[in-house]
Design a protein around this ligand. Structure first.
Ligand code: PEP
Ligand code: MG
Length: 323
């Protein structure tokens, strides 16, 4: 098995019926790049930039951020890098940025909600990203988007900062895709509308499952409700993928489920384009995909979504037919 994986390091990801899918890595800092290359990632599908803010004693400067983004983009070039703007709040706090005490932090002031409110922080991050865009293939995504208005507001700020930099003679890329995380059920339900506005979706199952099932992702007392293969989750995911494709956009996934050997066959059957996971899962998933036919998986995913009524049934379905 190890020997096969070693060979797969330099291969692209192709299914038994010859279809190519992109296996990408999730990272938190430029230090993770070694693992990304060692495991043959075809892209970075999620760069969680909040660690830049959490590992610092004060707000990271534009130059600090620029250096980190540039290092990641250069190292991956010409492969794409999806950078997610700051996702602070929820369970992630900054000592130098006091946030209000909240009854329900996961339903509170976090991520894009902070960015749109405290625009100087957001604009600084976008300027750093725009400057770094000259050094590789940058894609930007916004976390915790609930409404199209939030996306449009974020995009407007992005375009303003881009125009300012260009006016000042700074070189920035002209083909930066702007996408959103699909991790709030409202955005998943309205994906057909969102798809007319964004360049891509990346489905964040870690949060999408907790919000759809109303079960805290870190609470062991309700962990039985954390069900990636529940038909409700699968249908929601399928709706998002179809909505993207209808508008000629791509759909990826960057939650834990994207590297889960039970979930991957179902996602393949649903037509997911990009799978972003911890680097250490990539070779295992590449080897799995090589054995799978998309048409077979399509049939399997239809059973999972339309005939089955539980998470466990679907787990068994994949175990029996694939593993
Ligand atoms: C997610 O919610 O699935 C996700 C990838 O983001 P995070 O785990 O950082 O909330
Ligand atoms: Mg999330």
């Amino acid at each position: 098995e190890r020997a096969e994986w070693a060979k797969l390091k330099t291969a692209t990801t192709v299914t038994a019926d010859g279809k190519h899918y992109e296996l990408a890595a999730n990272i938190g800092t430029p230090k993770d790049l070694d693992g990304v290359h060692a495991n043959g990632a075809e892209a970075i599908g999620l760069y969680r930039t909040e660690f830049l803010y959490m590992d610092s004693a004060e707000l990271p400067t534009e130059d600090d951020q620029f250096e980190a983004y540039k290092e990641v983009l250069e190292s991956m070039s010409p492969k794409p890098v999806v950078v997610r703007t700051m996702d602070i709040g929820g369970d992630k706090h900054l000592p130098y940025m006091p946030l209000p005490e909240e009854m329900n932090p996961f339903l509170g002031y976090r991520a894009i909600r902070i960015s749109l409110d405290r625009q100087e922080i957001f604009r600084t991050q976008l300027r750093a990203l725009l400057r770094a865009s000259a050094f590789g293939k940058l894609r930007i995504m916004f976390p915790m988007i609930a409404t199209i208005q939030e996306f449009e507001a974020a995009k407007k700020i992005f375009l303003e900062e881009k125009a300012n930099l260009e006016k000042a003679g700074t070189k920035v890329a002209d083909d930066i895709q702007l996408g959103i995380m699909i991790e709030i059920p409202a955005a998943a339900v309205l994906a057909d509308q969102f798809a007319k506005h964004v360049d891509f979706f990346s489905i964040g199952t870690n949060d999408l499952i907790q919000y759809t099932m109303a079960a805290d992702r870190g609470n062991e007392h309700v962990s039985y409700l954390y069900q990636p293969y529940n038909p409700s989750i699968l249908r929601l995911v399928k709706h998002v993928i179809d909505a993207a494709h209808k508008e000629g956009k791509w759909a990826g996934m960057c939650g834990e489920a994207a590297g889960d050997p039970i979930m991957v066959p179902l996602l393949l059957g649903m037509g997911l384009d990009e799978y972003s996971m911890s680097a250490t899962s990539i070779l295992k998933v590449r080897s799995l995909m090589k054995r799978l036919s998309t048409t077979d998986m399509q049939k399997l995913s239809e059973v999972a979504m339309n005939e089955h009524i539980s998470n466990d049934q679907n787990k068994e379905l994949v175990e029996k037919n694939v593993h």
